[in-house]
Design a binder for this molecule. Structure first.
Ligand SMILES: Nc1ncnc2c1ncn2[C@@H]1O[C@H](COP(=O)(O)OP(=O)(O)OP(=O)(O)O)[C@@H](O)[C@H]1O
Ligand SMILES: [Mg+2]
Length: 244
């Protein structure tokens, strides 16, 4: 397959404890890939290593054929990979618009251009009416949306979403699913999403990759992964298998 992102034999050890062990992980253009696994499985670490927050202990990360290992997060962002953070931390004393402009500055040099991109992406995510609110005054749902808007404003080719629906109510969750499915309209070619909400993962993912204790234990279509005994044992639980 012609991968856009091609992660090979990636390992990350923290103080002797392996968080990722020989993980192969590819994303092709046009794909939405779901990444699942129990708490501590290494999902966020995988995103952190791909985006240059941590250097891998070993392994390769190729993005459009270019090796990312050793590059700084802002260089990787400029190459076209952006992520959202599981624990959202907008700049609290800045407005919603200013927070999104910070994302846009990854791509453009002037305030006018950044503002134009930010306004357009705020319209896309539905946060435009709150553009002048201070980020710290937002509800959790709106902070999550702001995080997504800021990420989209960096104009990525690949976006990595770390639990963007965690803590949202069912209506907010549906709205976010719709936004994720519309990301290609914003020029985003591929998406990888970590979620614990199985309905979301099963709805949005073309393909699902399962991590457990830092190892990839399965991958396949939502249907295949949902019926994989090892995945049910490690993560989904018997109840899930019976009700799905
Ligand atoms: N900066 C760090 N320093 C030391 N250990 C870390 C660090 N980041 C993660 N770990 C460890 O790596 C392992 C994987 O953690 P990670 O956050 O990637 O899991 P996760 O799959 O995202 O879990 P969750 O679903 O709870 O978010 C855990 O054992 C965690 O304690
Ligand atoms: Mg995590």
């Amino acid at each position: 397959m012609g991968w856009m992102l091609d992660v090979r034999k990636l390992s990350k050890v923290f103080g002797g404890l392996p968080a990722l062990v020989n993980v192969d992980f590819g994303i092709a253009p046009g794909e939405i890939v779901g990444l699942i696994g129990p708490n501590g499985a290494g999902k966020t670490t995988l995103f952190n290593v791909i985006t240059g927050v941590f250097r891998p202990t070993s392994g390769e990360i190729l993005f459009e054929g270019k090796n990312l290992v050793g590059l700084k997060p802002h260089d990787i962002c400029r190459l076209g990979i952006t992520r959202t953070f599981q624990v959202v931390k907008p700049l609290p004393k800045m407005t919603v618009l200013e927070n999104v402009m910070v994302g846009a500055f990854a791509r453009v040099g002037t305030k006018e251009e950044a503002r134009e991109i930010a306004l357009r992406e705020l319209e896309f995510t539905g946060l435009l009416p709150k553009r002048d609110a201070l980020a710290r005054s937002l509800t959790l749902a709106d902070r999550k949306l702001l995080e997504l808007t800021r990420a989209v404003a960096t104009r990525p080719k690949l976006i990595l979403l770390d639990e963007v629906v965690a803590g949202l109510n069912p209506t907010e969750t549906e709205e976010t699913i719709t936004l994720i499915q519309r990301l290609p309209e914003r020029g985003i070619a591929a998406v990888a999403g970590v979620e614990h909400v199985m309905r979301v993962i099963m709805t949005i993912s073309h393909r699902i990759v399962v991590l457990n204790y830092g190892r990839k234990i399965a991958q396949g279509s939502p249907e295949e992964v949902g019926h994989n005994p090892e995945v049910i044992e490690a993560y989904l639980g018997e109840a899930y298998a019976e009700t799905s």
